[in-house]
Design a protein around this ligand. Structure first.
Ligand SMILES: Cc1cc2nc3c(=O)[nH]c(=O)nc-3n(C[C@H](O)[C@H](O)[C@H](O)COP(=O)(O)OP(=O)(O)OC[C@H]3O[C@@H](n4cnc5c(N)ncnc54)[C@H](O)[C@@H]3O)c2cc1C
Length: 261
């Protein structure tokens, strides 16, 4: 069984700052970490390998410093780490990110299960997982909270819903996005930390994955951040007090004055 886990390096803060000039994430001076939901994706990938054997790879698209996130993943039992990095990938929206990651996954080679986190803590769109599945033309199941059964042909999972869960079967290959209810991520062992230090991180650029650079980074992003602002505080509503008939008349007059009726 070949599992590929997608992880994103995100700012280690609840206060994500966006540069108002260009709408991009402010990364300078902010410590980075693995996106919290991706910790569950890593753990589930390693658990599948422990359950039925195989290999687990991890992939991230990001700047060179994203290598530290990959090493951390290796410390938790991942076998192979791939950094997808090129200046041509900068400023990607979710479409361009999905395109680039889908090509990187094809370049890594054979895969049975791709696992993503439910969403990233900075972008927060939850679009990249389903986007990758579409571009690879494979099924996806979002919000997976339990893998009940899996082999090289079929997977059966519980998908979290507001009022319970759906039981879903899908052919393999499949992409899953996982929620935090799925497992308890392990802490890296000493052996894992040693392996992480020594791990050779494979780097793929645009040429290596055969990307059309018109479809990557800013060039391939039909959505752009035009403006970032804090919404103004809501002011309290207008109140009419008095006897019912007077209040109703005052309300009708007010609505009429402002052209609503
Ligand atoms: C309109 C718009 C414009 C944007 N413009 C810019 C910009 O100019 N510059 C900029 O830096 N960012 C920009 N972004 C943010 C950029 O889209 C995201 O960083 C990226 O596409 C991932 O989306 P997300 O954070 O919403 O991830 P989600 O879709 O919420 O992530 C879900 C899962 O997908 C996987 N995943 C997501 N991103 C990666 C990755 N890079 N590598 C590996 N796995 C991943 C992870 O498993 C993650 O848990 C923009 C976003 C939007 C919506």
């Amino acid at each position: 069984m070949n599992v590929i886990v997608c992880i994103k390096q995100v700012p280690n803060t609840t206060n994500v700052q966006i540069d108002p000039e260009n709408g991009r994430l402010k990364r300078d001076g902010v410590e980075s970490t693995i996106n919290p939901f991706d910790e569950y994706a890593i753990e589930e990938g390693v658990k599948i390998k422990e359950r039925i054997g195989g290999k687990v790879s991890v992939v991230t698209m990001g700047p060179p410093q994203a290598e530290s996130a990959l090493r951390e993943a290796v410390s938790k039992g991942i076998d192979e780490a791939v950094l997808v990095s090129d200046r041509a990938f900068g400023g990607a929206d979710t479409l361009a990110t999905s395109y680039t990651l889908s090509l990187a996954i094809k370049a890594i080679g054979y895969y049975d299960i791709i696992i993503c986190g439910k969403q990233a803590s900075d972008g927060d769109t939850a679009q990249v997982g389903p986007g990758i599945a579409e571009m690879l033309n494979i099924p996806h199941i979002a919000y997976v909270k339990k893998i009940e059964a899996v082999d090289d042909k079929l997977i059966r999972v519980e998908r979290m819903m507001e009022d319970g869960y759906d039981l879903i079967e899908s052919p393999v290959p499949v992409l899953l996005t996982v929620v935090k209810e799925i497992n308890n991520p392990r802490v890296a062992s000493l052996k894992g930390k040693m392996a992480a230090k020594k791990a050779v991180i494979k780097t793929l650029d645009a040429a290596a994955i055969g990307a059309d650079i018109k479809k990557t980074g800013l060039n391939g992003s039909p959505t752009q951040v035009m403006k970032i602002f804090t919404p103004p505080k809501r002011v309290g509503g207008e109140k009419f007090v008095g006897k019912a008939q007077e209040v109703a008349a005052a309300l009708v007059k007010r609505l009429s004055d402002i052209g609503i009726i």
